[in-house]
Design a protein around this ligand. Structure first.
Ligand code: SF4
Length: 699
């Protein structure tokens, strides 16, 4: 809407940072952002955090890509030259055709962006599947939340939050595991803090790092790195053995109790104490708190929130499964204020998976192996589709290095810095025949591309996002695309049509209409039902009714019963050398988002936190003679980085913490992280990293 006689434009949008999905009006005058006004967002009410309020200037950052770029090779090496859209797109299409003709469709791979819209994720997977003929398509949930989704699929059926963010306020107890909630999901954390203060909600935090929510918690416990599975399973066993599990709930709604009981025999409190370092007394205390809060005669119960401290481990899927098992044992599903809350990281990482950018699933999580699914899409898209499972992000890197993957289309992802072992990932890019990067700035990954296509961020286009609570929300175009850039969906359509696809989407609404007609999960999703601040939580039935509480009478399994999934403990790896004596943890911070491609281009935020750092405990600082601001070199088997120290009691003993964002990509934390991964999902075990430290001095 325009106000002040058409001078100022006011547009409803959704934050492009974290998965909370705050929505607000943004006031603009041409390209100038005047203010952000939260009004009545379904997820956030009238709140935002610093990033949502002030983190928008990146849209006018002079380093935005203005026009397509093509790599040329000269006597002094290669360089990019500016090109027109026709020339760049013709080249991309020609190389796609050539690689497919020479090596087959599975020699190409596509990565969709968790910062782009649902409609754009849908088109990336359709380009891969229907136009090229491969299921080699994935998104960055592979790097963060796939294990959480896996744990929920195995036990309760849907890979999503059990209820709404608002429901967290009526929980009688919140447990967070491996989640720096206050900094990573700030507005969601304010709901927890408010409920703790106003309603006496109990907050229990398990984390290696004593972050802000840990300091406020009723109970804060610091297990040894990579041992969350053990204490979670020990709590389940203790509660089952004490005869105080939610037996009626288990009888009525859950299968697999006997096998589960057998699988957790060894997980006594004694074993848990030895393995995790947590005392039996503390574990008993938490068990008693859980039991008290799980009383099903009262409103609300226990919600468990978890994030990358759990998922980025070698046993990330197993630990996520253990979380869901504990919720089942205590009857904490099927009521508001109970259940599982994997906290999704990016604004649309949920949507990128929901809309099919996955190597084994079509939109709406329909498995390609399920009879009838591929046939449905073949009929709708009028083409033959591959039945072979595609490569995930981790496998794509391996396939580039072994020479079987020749072409990569990277849509808005900084894969070269976010993949664990980023030196290896960048080496893999060099092995490709051809690489396309479609992004808003010259990312570190784009430096390896053959063609770079300038795309538009959320403020410059229409579409929709899905937040962490499965809420689908509309965003509207607030300003024209910058210079010669284009919205991602338009670029994808231009590429597809150069390959003979014949797509004719006039607006993202047309894409959503097609996705909703094919995927049952979104059957009733229309732009009319999402108009303005209206939202829908999937599954959305054909009549437009949605699902704030994911499970009410049955779970999403063949017989409607949940499954207590047998326990498999995957201990963390051992350091390769004894002098790798420090444990490296990594994560987010309030001011910056991930690698910092957006927030370092917001002058106010960049001035506030100008660079990355390493947090060191007072004990370690004393032992190594470190002060605040000392320069150190961290070395792992995979690389080395130089950072300044901050001495803080947030970390303990030989644990280090490094934020994900960094000014100089040469010192990004993923230069250090390695090739260990979760066995079920291939999610890299970023948190399973041992390093040594060299002290370089004060300058
Ligand atoms: Fe909300 Fe997250 Fe954006 Fe902050 S970063 S405004 S919490 S969506």
């Amino acid at each position: 809407a325009a106000t002040r006689e058409g001078y100022v434009k006011r547009t409803k949008t959704v934050c492009t940072y974290c998965g909370v999905g705050c929505s607000f009006d943004i006031w603009t005058k041409d390209r100038q952002i005047l203010k952000v006004e939260p009004l009545h967002g379904a997820a956030n009410g009238v709140s935002t955090c610093v990033k949502g309020k002030f983190g928008w200037d990146y849209v006018n950052n002079p380093e935005r890509l203005r026009t397509p770029l093509i790599r040329e090779h000269g006597p002094e090496g290669s360089y990019f030259r500016e090109a027109g859209w026709d020339e760049a797109l013709d080249l991309v299409a020609r190389r796609m055709r050539e690689v497919k003709a020479q090596h087959g469709p599975d020699a190409l791979a596509f990565v969709a962006s968790s910062k782009c819209t649902n409609e754009e994720a849908y088109l990336v997977q359709k380009l891969a599947r229907a136009v090229i003929g491969t299921n080699n398509v994935d998104n960055c949930s592979r790097y963060c939340q796939s294990p959480a989704t896996q744990g929920l699929w195995r036990t309760v059926g849907y890979g999503g939050d059990s209820g709404t963010i608002k429901d967290l306020e009526i929980a009688r107890m919140i447990v967070t595991v491996g989640s720096n909630t206050t900094e990573s999901h700030p507005v969601l954390a304010t709901r927890i803090k408010r409920a703790q203060k106003l309603h006496g909600q109990k907050v229990v935090v398990f984390d290696l790092r004593e972050h802000e929510l840990a300091k406020r918690a009723d109970v804060y416990l610091r297990p040894k790195a990579g041992t969350d599975f053990v204490w979670l399973t020990a709590l389940s066993k203790y509660i089952l053995d004490s005869g105080r599990a939610a037996q009626d709930f288990l009888d009525q709604h859950v299968n697999g109790l006997d096998d589960y009981r057998q699988s957790i025999e060894e997980f006594t409190l004694e074993f848990a104490e030895a393995e995790t370092g947590l005392s039996q007394a503390d574990l008993k205390k938490v068990a008693e708190m859980l039991l008290e809060a799980s009383d099903r005669s009262q409103e609300g119960g226990v919600c468990i929130c978890w994030a990358m401290g759990v998922t980025q481990q070698m046993g990330g899927s197993e630990t996520s499964t253990a979380i869901s098992n504990l919720l089942l044992v205590t009857g904490n599903y099927m009521r508001p204020g109970t259940g599982a809350y994997p906290l999704r990281g990016h604004n649309n990482v949920q949507g990128a998976s929901d809309f099919g950018a996955m190597p084994t699933m079509m939109p709406g999580y329909e498995k390609i192996s399920k009879p009838g699914v591929i046939e449905k899409y073949e009929a709708a898209w009028n083409t033959r589709l591959s039945r072979e499972r595609g490569l995930d992000n981790t496998q794509m890197i391996d396939a580039m290095l072994d020479g079987s993957l020749h072409f990569l289309y990277l849509n808005g992802e900084e894969m070269g810095l976010t993949d664990a072992n980023s030196n290896r990932a960048q080496h893999a890019f060099e092995a490709l025949d051809f690489m396309v990067v479609q992004d808003i700035t010259m990312s570190d990954s784009a430096k390896f591309a053959d063609v770079v296509l300038p795309a538009s961020p959320a403020l410059e286009k229409d579409g929709s996002f899905v937040n962490t609570e499965r809420r689908i929300q509309r965003l509207y175009q607030a300003m024209a695309p910058y210079e010669n850039s284009k919205p991602d969906w338009e670029i994808l359509q231009l590429v597809a049509n150069r390959l003979g696809a014949g797509w004719n989407y006039q607006h993202p609404a047309d894409i959503m209409h097609e996705a909703a007609s094919l995927a049952d999960l979104f059957a009733g999703v229309t732009y009319e039902r999402l108009e303005g601040y209206k939202t829908l939580l999937w599954p959305v039935n054909a009549d437009g009714s949605d699902t704030p509480l994911l499970y009410t009478e049955k779970f999403h399994t063949s017989d409607g019963k949940a499954i207590l999934y047998p326990a498999v403990y995957q201990p963390r790896s051992q350091p390769e050398r004894v002098d790798y004596d420090l444990h490296l943890n990594s994560g987010r911070m309030l001011e910056h988002f991930h690698e910092g491609n957006m927030t370092f281009h917001v002058p106010g935020i960049a001035a506030q936190v100008p660079d990355s750092f390493v947090e060191v405990s007072p004990e370690l600082a004393a032992e190594r003679g470190l002060k605040d601001g000392s320069l150190v070199r961290l070395v792992s088997p995979h690389g080395a980085v130089r950072l300044r120290t901050i001495i803080t009691d947030r970390v303990h003993g030989k644990a280090l913490y490094v934020p994900l964002n960094v000014r100089d990509a040469a010192d990004a934390v993923n230069r250090l992280t390695g090739i260990n991964k979760d066995a079920i999902t291939n999610t890299p075990a970023y948190k399973d990293t041992a390093v040594r430290m060299e002290v370089l001095g004060e300058d």
